[in-house]
Design a protein around this ligand. Structure first.
Ligand code: NAP
Length: 338
């Protein structure tokens, strides 16, 4: 029996459709003292990400499914509360993959030391400086071959990845249109993230027409976070030789049946479109380049971001569900009070 206090979130059942809070449980799970060579890390923040829904199906995808009645995991940042390793000292900050829990015991090889620059909050390593920002960067440049001075459309543009993609494309001189679910998010996109056009899809009869209205010159690059009807609207508005970066399809993650859209895929032939999906972790060779460029944009105040922070591990299931209702702004995070 361990002595170090810790609570963690378990998955009790694989959700059918939209996850419910009753699919999760908050469990007391005291930890053993770290052995020689090990660390005790106290999480300060962990990240809630849409891809986790795919791990809640019990089926193998590019990552293994979560195991029932065991702690969930995912990106986290915290500090070393106890060290029995010569490699990382007590008090140092680290990033790791043991989210959804308050603390964990690990070997130093399983975590990465992080040092936030002045003015940069620790949790930025889960968002704009972490996988979120890296996904936007990799998708635009490596997969999308963004060249600048093009028209770019980003769906879920006010989200964590989407808002980074919008701003990076603007920094490269592109004209950017983004879709989102509310007037307030659309305002933020225009006034703070600097996009040229923000479409609140809830105000539109047909997204395909709204996109045509906002991008009369056509779309050269579509960064897809949503799939389904949004992807269909983008295909309809693509220019010849346009590129579609398939980053995510959140409109389908809770679907019980395969969607009927896009019904216009034949246009991919007519318009000679190139579509490519990607998984960001396949592209770690680009990370140093990303890190240097993103740190430079941040230090020059050229990029901004939003976050929604809930306090306390027991709030994590409800906060996770909000990813699929859009009732949050920017990066969804859980903070653990130290
Ligand atoms: N390929 C990769 O390696 C990779 C890596 C990271 C993330 N991703 C993908 O990138 C996408 C964005 O991830 P994120 O972490 O930045 O999440 P996020 O955009 O911060 O949060 C999800 C957002 O999706 C929108 N949304 C939810 N359900 C929707 C629906 N049914 N129809 C339309 N929009 C819906 C909502 O935004 P609005 O309120 O604005 O509609 C919501 O806020 C996800 O699809 C994720 O799976 C892929």
């Amino acid at each position: 029996m361990g002595k170090i206090q810790n609570r963690e979130i378990h998955l009790k059942t694989y959700p059918e459709g939209t996850p419910q809070e009753s699919d999760f449980a908050t469990v007391d799970a005291p930890l053993p003292e770290p052995q020689a060579g090990e660390l005790l890390v106290r999480n300060q923040y962990f990240s809630l990400d849409p891809y986790m829904r795919a791990r809640m199906t019990g089926q193998e995808t590019y990552v293994p499914p979560y195991t029932l009645d065991a702690p969930l995991d995912g990106p986290c940042v915290g500090y070393v509360e106890m060290s029995r390793s010569e490699h990382i000292k007590e008090g140092e900050y680290v990033a790791g993959g043991k989210g959804w829990r308050e603390a964990f015991v690990t070997s130093p090889e399983q975590v990465e030391r992080i040092q936030p620059a002045e003015g940069v909050p620790l949790q930025a390593f889960l968002g704009i400086l972490g996988t979120t920002g890296f996904t936007a960067y990799t998708g635009l440049f490596h997969i999308g071959q963004l060249t600048g001075e093009e028209t770019v459309f980003v769906s879920a543009g006010a989200g964590a990845v989407g808002s980074a993609a919008c701003q990076i494309a603007r920094l490269k001189g592109c004209r950017v249109a983004a879709s989102t679910s509310s007037d307030e998010k659309a305002r933020w996109l225009r006034e703070d993230a600097g996009v040229n056009a923000a479409i609140n899809y809830n105000n539109e009869q047909r997204l395909v027409d709204a996109l045509n209205r906002e991008c009369p010159e056509g779309v050269d690059l579509y960064f897809d976070n949503v799939g389904g009807r949004t992807l269909e609207a983008a295909i309809q508005n693509m220019n010849t030789y346009g590129r579609l970066v398939l980053c995510g399809m959140i409109s389908q993650y809770n679907a019980r049946r395969p969607p009927r859209a896009p019904a216009n895929l034949m246009l991919a032939i007519v318009k000679r479109l190139r579509m490519q999906g990607f998984i960001v972790h396949d592209h770690m060779d680009l990370h140093p380049q990303f890190s240097a460029e993103m740190n430079s944009w941040i230090s020059q105040n050229q990029i901004t971001w939003q976050e929604t922070v809930v306090e306390g591990i027991e709030q994590a299931p409800a906060a996770f569900i909000r990813l699929f209702t859009g009732e949050k702004t920017g990066k969804m995070l859980v903070r653990i009070a130290s």
